[in-house]
Design a protein around this ligand. Sequence first.
Ligand code: NAD
Length: 499
Amino acid sequence: MTNLGQPRQSGHHIRGSASAPVEGRLFERRSPVSGAVVARYADGTAEDVDRAAQAARAAFDTGPWPRMSGAQRAKILLRWARLIGDNAEELARLEVEEVGKTVRFARGDAAGMADLTEYAATLAYEVHGDAYTNLGERHSAVVHREPMGVVGLIVPWNFPGLIYCQKVPFALAAGNSVVVKPSEFTSATALKLTQLAEEAGVPAGVINVVTGTGPVVGQSLVAHPQVDMISFTGSTAVGRKVLEAAAAGPKRAHVELGSKAANIVFADADLEDALDGTLFGIFFNQGECCVSGARLLVQESIADSFVERLVARTRALRVGDPLDERTDVGALIHGDHLASVVRHVARGQEEGARLLTGGARQDVAGLPEGCFMQLTILDQVSERMAVFQQEIFGPVLVVTRFKDEDEAVALANASSYGLANAVWTRSLDTSIRMARRLRSGTVYVNTQIDGAVQLPFGGCKGSGFGREMGRAGLEEFTQTKSVMVHIGKRVPFFGAKGE
Ligand code: NAD
């Protein structure tokens, strides 16, 4: 069972210590696996956000963090990465408990948190500007690369620790201070990671965490005048609200939003690998993954046999208790989300899609309150159907057949989203052409949901803009300042006096 013991109780983390919420109200997080209360968190208010923003402002304006050398910041961030590694099992188990993801994959997330932090530490050495020495004898200029100041970071529930680490260590490496708002469903890892950061030597006030709801804490954070920039990851619908509120500032907002990635299988692919990748692409993390390969586009000549094997392999996967090491797919985040996934499937069938397997809530022995969903495949799906266009964010794969490369490209790009797509082929030419023609921030070739900390990650179209990870992921949290210097005695701007 996924309860680690007594429910945790936490206040916000402001100016280096867990602080009681102003109004003292708490909200509960129930395990999506057992239904038991696993944690109680401070239900943040606009006043809490104000205290956190003031703490981050003071840390930035007068504290040591932005004044340290890159090397000093790097050393502290490296210590933080090591502490994350030392605490990986606890971080993984907190994520299992609140997200419902399997412990096997949660361990991978925890390792990723340490890797991201370590990589961001190395970037701290390399945050620098540029010099222009080609401006003639009388001028010289330098371009500073400076931190943005106070950054508000809003995180979703599907990869709470990983997405925190795609943002916070990078913002810190550049010298910013931050206020983090975790999802109300998954606050544990943000609080734990912040405590580890301070243990590693990040000064108090540089990272502040305010727990609570989006409409109160999230909205107050975006609107707060002391917050210079917002970095948001979440749904496209909420992303639009965040952009509108940021525009009123105006302040910079970087948004990583929803997706409906295509997983394109050509007849010449290694079909065993493609099968394995297709299963992982849709069922990893219960299908609650922004880059899930949720639309299978399969070439007509192999489609029937490929889909038949896919259904058989899907039925062999284990859905159940995420703490059981043999489990492949855990629980969805909460009951309302499970109901919405089931509704999407029903709508698909009404629109003419054919249900090949799954389609309903799954009973798991001993866990009557668990939010489990049957692994689902819908065939005969066309471009005009809602299940083709809308992000379901659950273990539901929709299947569409294509004749040739042009049709595959047209179908893949017939989406309002553009975060990631995958291509399976043995042809080098096809893979290169497809990588060029697909409109998304990432293209996987003969792999799925893969990557490296050095690779920039982000979307286009309705999946948002801006990049995380890689050098670009640090530069998002910086701005340039041009300093123009005149050398020697000036020739007067308005001519010599008395002329
Ligand atoms: P969500 O948009 O409901 O919530 C995201 C965060 O925004 C939460 O912390 C929430 O409390 C907060 N929020 C809600 N209303 C707000 C408001 N009015 N102002 C400010 N903040 C507000 O998303 P979710 O359900 O937590 O996560 C799932 C979504 O996230 C999916 O659409 C998924 O594709 C997307 N996602 C995208 C990426 C990416 O990198 N592009 C990564 C992970 C998840």
